[in-house]
Design a protein around this ligand. Structure first.
Ligand code: CP3
Length: 351
């Protein structure tokens, strides 16, 4: 039935010893693979997400072509605002556009608390089909955006380096902001539970913009909602929290009870482990732009990353990954070199 031939990722997240370190790459589905680019020319982004056969094909491409130890379902974090009634467009070479952003308390009345089966059932269908097509080759990861990161897009209406309109909304209308964050949290809990029921072995919460907040605001606007989500799902499904740039709060993130924490490249592995404590798996943290280096540099630096995270006595559980999503311009051979380096790595001092 559901026996996995490669369950390295699951065993690391459960805190078990493994014969080698598992590896996958955030945003591995889509972006840099030529076969994805071909599908992209034929179907719109949301057609690709909403057609289970296409989503399955794109999800499995990096498993077959790059050799990663997990598949992450092809979808997007913005399907949640869409299910809540907002219009979401993906504008070629510009990124997401939400033409009617949330700006006031009155705007909240335009949002619905959707039945996730009805509005996001296509993601569950894609997970079921992917699970079946994978036939146990590797585990399947589901995901959602964090409430704070989704609020950023729902209020700003588009991508931004600073999300200052989203922040101004939270700082000037805190009650409305918290109502919105709670609405997103409730939908996300139902959505991630549905993903687990449809076959996701692991779910990751992407808090891509957590690092824009200072530690107190991160606690107030982001972590407290992720804590609710993790508490609601962690006994049902293995859970990874990735809050880019929020290394100051690794201790608090570990205390959510998440099984894994994503780490970006701006913190040393040893310090991340010190802050997170021994009880959680760490995942990361190769600088995605470094995959543009010559292959020998990728091999050397990926090996050094592995030793820094998992070499030596006292090292905890570790999953090799990038510190953020893979870039579209990365040559496929470079992604393969990264994955192969992890797979062949011999840790220096005994683990
Ligand atoms: O990991 C995977 O490969 C699974 C698929 C996935 C996508 N988006 C597909 C996608 C995942 C996990 C996401 C998450 C996502 N989406 C995040 C969080 C992770 C992160 O990178 O911080 C965010 C912030 C978004 C919002 C979003 N969607 C943006 C900013 C963009 C445009 C630019 C880009 O490529 O990131 C998208 C579109 C999008 N989502 C594409 C893909 C493959 C590009 C669509 C295309 O041009 O083909």
């Amino acid at each position: 039935m559901n026996t996995l031939k490669n369950d390295l990722l699951l065993r690391v997240l459960r805190g078990e010893k493994t014969e080698r370190t598992p590896v996958w790459m955030m945003r591995q589905a889509g972006r840099y693979l030529p076969d994805y680019r071909a599908l992209r020319a034929k179907y719109s982004f949301f057609e690709r997400c909403q057609t289970p056969e296409l989503a399955t094909e794109i999800t499995i491409q990096p498993v077959e072509q790059v050799g990663v130890d997990a598949a992450i379902i092809f979808s997007d974090i913005l399907v949640v605002p869409q299910a809540m009634g907002m219009e979401v467009q993906l504008v070629e070479s510009k990124g997401p556009l939400l033409p009617d952003p949330i700006r006031t308390k009155a705007d909240l009345s335009r949002l619905i608390q959707p039945d996730v089966e009805e509005k996001l059932g296509y993601v569950f269908d894609a997970l079921r089909l992917t699970k079946k097509t994978l036939a146990g080759r590797v585990p399947l990861i589901g995901f959602a955006g964090s409430p704070w990161t989704l609020l950023c897009y729902m209020v700003q209406g588009k991508g931004s380096k600073t999300f200052d309109e989203a922040k101004a909304f939270c700082y000037t209308q805190p009650e409305t902001a918290h109502r919105l964050l709670q609405m997103i949290t409730d939908v996300t809990i139902a959505y991630l539970r549905g993903q687990a029921a449809a076959g996701a072995d692991v779910v990751q919460i992407f808090d891509s913009w957590g690092g824009l907040l200072g530690p107190d605001d991160f606690e107030d606007l982001s972590l407290r909602y992720m804590r609710q989500i993790v508490a609601a799902i962690k006994d049902e499904v293995l859970t990874i929290v990735f809050a880019k740039g929020a290394w100051h709060s690794l201790e608090g993130m570990a205390a959510t009870g998440a099984h894994g924490l994503g780490i970006d490249w701006c913190i040393r592995p040893q310090m991340a482990r010190q802050l997170a404590g021994p009880g959680v798996s760490l995942q990361g943290n190769f600088d995605p732009a470094k995959l543009l280096s010559p292959i020998p540099v990728i091999e050397r630096e990926a090996s050094a990353m592995m030793d820094a995270f998992a070499g030596g006595p006292g090292a905890g559980a570790y999953i090799a990954n990038l510190g953020h999503g893979i870039l579209p311009e990365v040559p496929v051979e470079h992604a393969i070199a990264f994955v192969e380096t992890v797979k062949n790595h011999q840790y220096e001092p005994a683990r």
